[in-house]
Write a protein that binds this ligand. Structure first.
Ligand SMILES: CC(C)(COP(=O)(O)OP(=O)(O)OC[C@H]1O[C@@H](n2cnc3c(N)ncnc32)[C@H](O)[C@@H]1OP(=O)(O)O)[C@@H](O)C(=O)NCCC(=O)NCCS
Length: 208
């Protein structure tokens, strides 16, 4: 079947991706994960068939990276660059017709993406996140469940906004920064730092 989709990653997020893919009319047919102990297991009925690391660099077909870690998503996407990466929008999400979404990104159930939002490649907009107008989101970003991102702010490549992070308008979050769950961003956050609290302040360098 030409709507077959490989799922890369067998953790909890794989279930979310498999369900959304089916609702989008795709056929998740095989899961890959580097944990050999998962071989042969079924994830929502889809068999784990091998390791991601064993997929050849020139592998073709369609696939989706179902892994929350932003750096791992970038590594996989860069190596397996010949794969086709569809966009998944859960039917219970709202995405404005004027929003732009890059390949390999998912908008999960209950999320709202307002007009002229720009979402990069391999981004996760998790359940119930609200992204207001003109917000710009870089490649590989993970917007965790329940975030509230106000209009015309931006999050640069690879940043992770923990669940229920709030961002006030016009602020900028630097690349690969991490926001702790419940953080309130009321001033710019530099690249690469971990920031927590209300208001969010730097708490350290990111962990690998
Ligand atoms: C911020 C975060 C990344 C830090 O993780 P960590 O480096 O393992 O940090 P630790 O758990 O060791 O905590 C370090 C300190 O920060 C504090 N802290 C951790 N997370 C915090 C948060 N969200 N808000 C406020 N303080 C926080 C801890 O209480 C601890 O304080 P202490 O040194 O005074 O004891 C993590 O706690 C977090 O919030 N991650 C978001 C997870 C998430 O939303 N996942 C959704 C997946 S879909």
């Amino acid at each position: 079947m030409n709507n077959e989709l490989l799922i890369l990653g067998a953790g909890g997020h794989a279930k979310v991706v498999i369900e959304a893919a089916r609702l989008c009319g795709l056929n998740p047919c095989a899961v890959y994960d580097d944990d050999a102990s998962l071989l042969g297991k079924l994830i929502l009925g889809v068999p784990v068939k091998g390791k991601i690391i064993d997929l050849p660099d020139d592998r073709s077909g369609s696939a989706f990276i179902a892994i929350g870690n932003t750096k791992i998503r970038r590594l996989i996407a860069q190596r397996l660059s010949k794969l086709n990466w569809p966009v998944l929008v859960h039917p219970a999400a709202y995405v404005s017709p004027s929003a732009r979404i890059g390949k390999g990104s998912i908008v999960c159930a209950g999320a709202v993406v307002q007009p002229d939002v720009e979402i990069g490649e391999h981004v996760i907009i998790n359940i119930g996140a609200n992204i207001d107008h003109d917000f710009v989101i870089g490649d590989f970003v993970h917007i965790c469940p329940g975030c509230n991102l106000a209009g015309a702010a931006r999050v640069d490549e690879g940043a992770m906004l923990g669940s229920r992070t709030s961002v006030v308008p016009l602020k900028q979050i630097g690349s690969w920064a991490t926001l702790g769950s419940g953080a309130a961003v009321v001033s710019d956050i530099p690249a690469g730092v971990v920031a927590v609290g209300v208001p969010a302040t730097k708490s350290g360098e990111p962990r690998e």
